[in-house]
Design a protein around this ligand. Sequence first.
Ligand code: MG
Length: 340
Amino acid sequence: MHLEYFHYQLNLKSPFRLSAGVRDHTDIVIIKLSYEHHVGYGEASLPPYFDENIRTVISFFKKIDVRRLRVDLPINEILQYVDGIDKGNNAAKAAIDIALHDLKGKIEKKSIYELYGLNRPIDISTSLTIGISSLDELEKKIIDAEGVELIKLKLGGNNDKALIQDYLSICHKPFCVDVNQGWNDKEEALELVNWLHEKGAIFVEQPLKKEKWKEMEWLFKRSPLPLIADESVKRLEDVDKVIGRFHGVNIKLMKSTGIYEANRMISRARKLDLKVLIGCMAESSCAVAAAWQLSSLVDWRDLDAPLLTLNDPFNGINYKNGKIDVVGSVGLGVTIEEGI
Ligand code: MG
């Protein structure tokens, strides 16, 4: 196999405001794994709050002995080797995982969901995420949300109630909220969760700092709404920690180290009777198409990144009336733009 990679700057349609700050682009590293005339693509997305960046991803790729990436080996064996190279580096590992799956699908002329024995995901609705916005910005974004069944509102600032009031004054679609660890203590969180319940929210994602497991235990016992773990849960070993603290998990390939482990996390979460959401970072259609392959297995999908992007280097995802579909049926099902 032959491994190549390059940096790409993914520009966002409008500045994205979270409790952690505001940004207008996200760096990604795209990798190409080639075998004979087949090429598999993968992607590491690197939002600024991550502990990985372009430099760490590239230095991880340089440590890979390409001779160990053999097409005759099962993907999980190759991934075990890649995982053992160094700890952390989850987004870099996800890029390898995605490219290996794409390549295997292309060699076997199968889609990735078929490699996992799954049916083609059909009629898959996705929520649309709206960053912390002024009323004017919110009005524009709601117009773009035609057909969307669930809106995800980012909270965690100082005026969360005002943001929700603004939203409810112009939109009646069901909504959930993502606090991105932005609330400070459990009492404040409970007061806001109760208020959000009255206002009709569907669930609350990551209300407190990721390490506040004890406080989550307290909140879990009292919350009238499902609480979903995002930053608190990265990999398979984290899923069991959620019991008695959250009602569900948001699984993302950039945290899980890719498709293979995400699939195992979904199975584990199901066994534990947890709700499952599959989500994404600011990513191109490459990594989002990878997450889509597993989307028939989960309760909610938050796979809207390509909708928020100006210069997606991949083609092949269609959004229509709040539904996401991947056009191709081999490998990831997406193709890279010519000249990239
Ligand atoms: Mg989140």
